[in-house]
Design a protein around this ligand. Structure first.
Ligand code: ATP
Length: 426
């Protein structure tokens, strides 16, 4: 089954918002064997919305839109599409009451503002898609020929919730009907499913070299290399198999890539290095502390972004100046004078200093030249030194990071977490 997607909003055309809704819907639908054949973005303009939807309907008869369902004057999706179907708008009292009740329950005021009442206006003959994650209801509109448009909110969290709760079951049913299946859930429908194997600490070309000899074992799975600052993601995709066969093929493909990339693999799909490190700390009953110079708190932020991190993360010091490195972490003046702030010797003392002061099992330190200024011939921009102290055993390392200031900082934090992962897994 083919579907077209129309994402609506000036912000998409102006480049202030990336179309993550389109990406999410494409992935989710591919996983049930439905193909997004075209994605169009249009601004908040009634004629443009109507034209895009009309054309998409003519091509596929099945359209999903996101955005423009809110209460403000730039939210034109419902009336524009109602016109395409030759329908008028009506006030839905049930929705109006639910909006009022929600407004009061949230403590936003005693009366629903007039502007918000517009959200209860729906096209004649529409089916309402319930929004459990926000106020604007979604709409399913269908004509006598069975051509349909589903209108979802723009806010990604609301859109994803409504898609999963209300739209996915409807689309699945239509897809099965289109495929001529009589069973409620047809396990033999071919699907498109991907899995991402996450690697770090190895370049795209070295990875390609190590995978090449094993490539035949990936059979017909397609392989994409996706480099970014956390590392190179390897995405394998199965097409044309049913869900069970696709899962088996991806398992086999993952095993091949793990063999090729070895210890550089740290997880799959949306796995996050900080979460992996915290899980390893949890398994060993370890606490963790950080001493950061060039990353200025980024490492701590990565760790504390993980829910439940307070059980293992005790805290840290942002030791930017030499004075703070000396007074708060106990880095020796002679070390700083002899080796400099960006050195493995300083990183070593920063790590052991914070571990001792914070009584943690694991301590990580980072000190480097994030740029764009401050580089020298011996210590160029991008040079970063790391210290990892686990129960008194300190290891240090130096790496030259590429990229701009932000990339250098992000790559440094990822590298530091990865070094801890490797030691805790050893
Ligand atoms: P609201 O009730 O907030 O007005 P809405 O359904 O009318 O919701 P919009 O006003 O179009 O949605 O967008 C709301 C928010 O969702 C904006 O911050 C916008 O940047 C974001 N958004 C809209 N469309 C997309 C998209 N395709 N991908 C990612 N984010 C989006």
């Amino acid at each position: 089954m083919n579907i077209e997607l129309v994402t609506i909003g000036d912000e998409l055309l102006l480049g202030f918002t990336l179309d993550s809704n389109g990406a999410h819907l494409a992935r989710e639908l591919a996983a049930i064997g439905v193909t997004i054949v075209r994605r169009t973005s249009v601004g908040d303009e009634a004629e443009g919305i109507a034209a895009a939807v009309r054309e998409a309907l003519e091509r596929t008869g099945a359209v999903i839109t996101t955005g423009g369902l809110g209460p403000t004057s730039d939210d034109l999706t419902k009336p524009s599409i109602a016109k395409v179907f030759g329908r008028g708008m009506r006030m839905d009292n049930e929705i109006l009451e639910a909006l009022r009740a929600r407004w009061i329950a949230k403590g936003w005021g005693r009366e629903l503002p007039k502007t918000n009442e517009q959200q209860a206006l729906v096209p004649e003959g529409a089916t309402i898609l319930v929004n459990r994650h926000g106020s604007a209801p979604g709409i399913w509109l269908e004509d006598e020929k069975g051509r349909w448009v589903a209108m979802l909110p723009g806010v990604p969290r609301e859109m994803r919730g409504m898609f999963a709760d209300a739209l996915l079951p409807l689309v699945r049913e239509r897809a099965e009907r289109a495929a001529g299946s009589t069973r409620a859930a047809d396990a033999s429908v071919p699907v498109v499913v991907s899995r991402t194997i996450r690697t770090t600490g190895i370049s795209e070309s070295l990875l390609a070299d190590s995978i090449a000899p094993l490539a035949a074992q990936l059979s017909d799975l397609s392989l994409a290399f996706l480099p970014s600052w956390p590392g190179v993601d390897l995405r394998i995709t199965s097409r044309g198999r049913d869900a069970a066969a696709a899962a088996r093929a991806l398992d086999a493909g993952e095993a091949v890539l793990r063999t090729a990339a070895g210890a550089h693999v740290y997880g799959t799909d949306v796995d996050d290095m900080a979460k992996i490190v915290l899980d390893l700390c949890a398994a060993k009953g370890f606490t963790i502390a950080v001493a950061e110079s060039c990353t200025g708190g980024l490492l701590g932020a990565r760790i504390t972004a993980v829910p439940g991190s307070s059980h293992y993360f005790v805290g840290g010091v942002i030791a930017y100046s030499n004075e703070v490195k000396a007074t708060h972490l106990g880095v020796g003046d002679d070390t700083l004078i002899k080796h400099g702030a960006v050195s493995e010797e300083t990183a070593r003392e920063m790590a052991s200093g914070v571990r001792a002061r914070y009584r943690a099992n694991v301590a990580i330190s980072l000190t480097g030249v994030a740029g764009p200024g401050g580089g020298t011939e011996k210590k160029p921009v991008g040079m970063v030194c790391l210290g990892v102290d686990i129960d008194g055993e300190v290891t240090t390392a130096t790496r030259n990071m590429v990229g701009d200031r932000e990339e250098i900082r992000q790559r440094s934090a990822q590298w530091a977490l990865d070094q801890v992962r490797r030691r805790l897994q050893a």
